[in-house]
Design a protein around this ligand. Structure first.
Ligand SMILES: [Zn+2]
Length: 490
């Protein structure tokens, strides 16, 4: 399926030309101060962070792992003249365009560096790429997304309030940026996850991205101090770490004229959503099913468990004598180490929430002498991700997890609606029946885009009206309907 994505790349080559690094003479990296928003613009003022710059040209800074991207619509990357002292520190209100460009670049690089300190030296983006293209403000859209196509890129946008004419940039939120970098990093570790049609595997991609944003918030001293002031170190209480992408959520609610996100944020990690069989979850939420299986919705179950683990480790750190801000920072690192450790031993293809929870127990047993065994197990049982009696997986359990294989199915019957007749190839742990179940679920929650034969599909078409990237898209091959993965994630 990776090769089918490459063919998709060439079919749509009119959409964006390959991002090629601007020609610059390589030189020794020099440490330069960049504006940096570690959390969210409505939560705190930006700070600054030192980032190595690797090119000689100072008007288009390039860091070890990030370069400004180029496309047909944006063939020339932004020019950013540094301050007299050579730094890229700008005022977010009066020098907004320059601020957004450098803040986004710094956040991507800093997230990459912090995650590399957890995953280890070999960490790269998808296809072993060292560098990713960055579009810090690609135009008017309420969105941000990652794609591995066209050389791999992270894309951020802005939207304008129709009344106040105030602009909101998705690249102004540290959490939104780190979320997208989280997708790019997981895509480097587990490229098959983004190609899975499974609700849990897709949901895990989102949960990992939100957990990356959460982890980055905890690694900022300023943010930890603010959170400690707000909740005294008891993360069950409301605090800035628990709420993700505050400004983004507030702009959405304002535009909709109603509180669609449930609060002054895009998502919160403080909730008690529990895992259910995705095939039993209806298309629209009801009293027994508070969230849908759409990946951003569904991810909240796993991210909620990850947040609860952070909460419990923080409490233990405080009991052991750390002050609340220190305790949060140390727990942020420890909980991300467990999640990253689980990714490294997880199945290559389809991974359920249960698989990932078991891999977390395995990592902790092998690397922490099981110090967090009960914290992980109890929180995963509370979320119905694990069951009473589950424990650290055996070698046989690990073997059973890795048994996915590619199967091809043809959708047939009224339950598939307009997609009936489509041929789909995807990975499955339990053969054709479970792949069919996954596809039925994606059709039910609106994650597959239907197209007509000979319809030209632009990149914009691959996002639904909520800005979420479709998981699959109909392509017609020799007059036959097929469904392929889009290779995009928002
Ligand atoms: Zn996402």
């Amino acid at each position: 399926m990776i090769s089918s994505l490459n063919s998709f790349d060439s079919i749509n080559s009119n959409m964006q030309m390959a991002s090629v690094a601007p020609k610059t003479e390589a030189s020794e990296p020099r440490e330069v101060e960049f504006s940096y928003q570690p959390q969210d613009a409505v939560v705190m003022e930006p700070v600054s962070v030192k980032i190595p710059v690797v090119n000689k040209g100072i008007l288009r800074p390039e860091t070890p792992n990030v370069k400004f991207g180029r496309s047909i619509k944006k063939p020339i990357p932004p020019i950013i003249r540094p301050n007299r002292d050579g730094n890229y520190v700008f005022d977010s209100k009066t020098q907004t365009k320059k601020f957004i460009a450098v803040d986004t670049m710094a956040t991507v690089q800093h997230t990459f560096d912090e995650m590399k300190s957890i995953f280890g030296e070999g960490m790269t983006f998808a296809h072993d790429r060292e560098k990713i293209s960055l579009f810090a403000d690609k135009g008017e859209k309420m969105n941000a997304y990652y794609t591995r196509l066209f050389g791999g890129s992270l894309n951020f946008f802005h939207s304008t309030d129709p009344l106040s004419k105030e602009k909101f940039y998705t690249g102004s939120s540290g959490e939104v940026i780190s979320h997208e970098v989280g997708h790019a990093i997981l895509d480097g570790q587990r490229p098959w996850f983004m190609l899975s049609f499974n609700a849990d595997t897709q949901g895990f991609h989102e949960a990992f991205a939100d957990s990356t944003a959460l982890f980055m918030s905890t690694q900022s001293d300023e943010t930890c101090q603010l959170a400690a002031q707000q909740c005294g170190g008891d993360l069950r209480q409301d605090n800035c770490l628990a709420n993700c992408a505050e400004q983004f959520g507030q702009v959405i609610n304002k535009r909709m004229g109603t509180d669609v996100t449930g609060g002054n944020y895009l998502r919160t990690f403080r909730h008690d959503y529990k895992w259910q069989d995705p095939s039993t979850v209806p298309a629209k939420p009801d009293a027994d099913h508070p969230i849908t299986t759409e990946m951003h919705d569904w991810s909240q179950i796993f991210t909620g468990a990850q947040y609860d683990i952070l909460t419990d480790i923080t409490a233990r750190n405080i009991r052991e004598g750390m002050d609340p801000a220190q305790a949060i920072k140390a727990a942020g690192r420890e909980s991300m180490e467990i999640l990253a450790g689980a990714v490294k031993t997880s199945p290559e293809r389809d991974a359920s929430y249960r698989d990932m929870a078991l891999c977390m127990l395995k990592y902790d047993a092998e690397n922490n002498d099981g110090r967090n065994h009960d914290v992980i197990l109890d929180n995963m049982i509370k979320r119905n991700i694990l069951q009473e009696g589950d424990d650290t997986p055996t070698a046989a359990d690990m073997q059973a997890m890795s048994s996915s294989e590619n199967v091809t199915v043809t959708l047939s019957g009224p339950e598939y609606g307009m997609f009936s007749g489509a041929e789909v190839t995807g990975s499955s742990r339990h053969g054709a029946p479970s792949l069919l179940k996954d596809l039925k679920n994606l059709i039910k929650n609106g994650s597959i885009l239907y197209t007509e034969p000979n319809q030209s599909v632009t990149k914009e078409d691959l996002f639904d009206r909520n800005g979420n990237a479709y998981v699959g898209v109909v392509r017609w091959v020799d007059g036959k309907m097929t469904i392929e993965q889009t290779g995009m994630i928002s």
